[in-house]
Design a protein around this ligand. Structure first.
Ligand code: ZN
Ligand code: FE
Length: 240
């Protein structure tokens, strides 16, 4: 079985590290130092790097990590990232030997034009996982730097259509501030209010609020609930 660890970086980034106890893959290493420290502490060997988009807080550590020992670097074909050795676009598959992982690439433009996500299908007793970078956050979504609102909505709809039990590995700890906006959209959403309590308690203990699940996001994330009449009505009211 694989372990999924959010390695904290900068002020609010998570570099997701997947390991089988010997080998590890990292997603979006914006800086090398916290990854190196974790690998050394756990005596793990880095076997591959996955990138979701070109922003520096996601790719800044790649050159340093590859300087230690070169590994395959997977990333979006539609973005210029010098270190990428395996360019990918929607529908492509990634197979990693150790840790044994098979991933399907999803095109999720919006935050950036070429942003991709990596979906790992589930099997008997093992949950599916998705690494979605800065597209879907717990209770929120990424800022539109390069894409259009329609592109982002389509990307969020594609992620929302994944199996409900999918573990969602987002690249930032933005949950509490996202919940403040979500509560303004849906003050009477009981599941959202309960999640606010729980998320605040976790942050008070300095614990991550991630991963979340697709089913949970469908219930509390206003960007996956934009078609709901009550969400629209509240937002329309607030715009006046
Ligand atoms: Zn970004
Ligand atoms: Fe980011």
């Amino acid at each position: 079985t694989l372990e999924y660890v959010p390695v904290p970086a900068f002020t609010d980034n998570y570099i997701w590290l997947v390991s089988n106890g010997r080998d590890a893959v990292v997603v979006d290493p914006g800086e090398a130092a916290p990854v190196r420290a974790f690998l050394a502490q756990r005596r793990l060997r880095l076997s591959a790097i996955l990138l979701t988009h070109h922003h520096a807080d996601h790719v800044g550590g790649v050159a340093d990590l590859c300087g230690d020992a070169p590994v395959p670097v997977y990333g979006p074909a539609a973005e210029a990232i010098a270190e990428v050795t395996h360019p990918l676009s929607g529908g492509d598959r990634v197979r990693i030997e150790a840790p044994a992982m098979e991933l399907t690439v999803l095109d999720v433009p919006g935050h950036t034009r070429g942003h991709i996500a990596y979906f790992q299908a589930g099997r008997d007793g093992v949950a599916p996982h998705v690494f979605c970078g800065d597209t879907l956050f717990a209770c929120g979504c990424g800022r539109l730097f390069e894409g259009t609102p329609a592109q982002m909505l389509a990307s969020l709809d594609a992620l929302a259509a994944l199996p409900g039990e999918t573990q969602v590995h987002c690249a930032h700890e933005y949950t509490l501030s996202n919940i403040r906006f979500a509560l303004a959209c849906e003050p009477d959403n009981a599941e959202l209010r309960a999640w606010h309590e729980e998320a605040a308690a976790r942050r008070a203990r300095d614990e991550p609020t991630l991963p979340t699940t697709i089913a949970h996001e469908r219930a509390v994330n206003p960007f996956l609930r934009a078609q709901r009449e009550d969400v629209r009505a509240t937002l329309a009211e607030q715009l006046h």
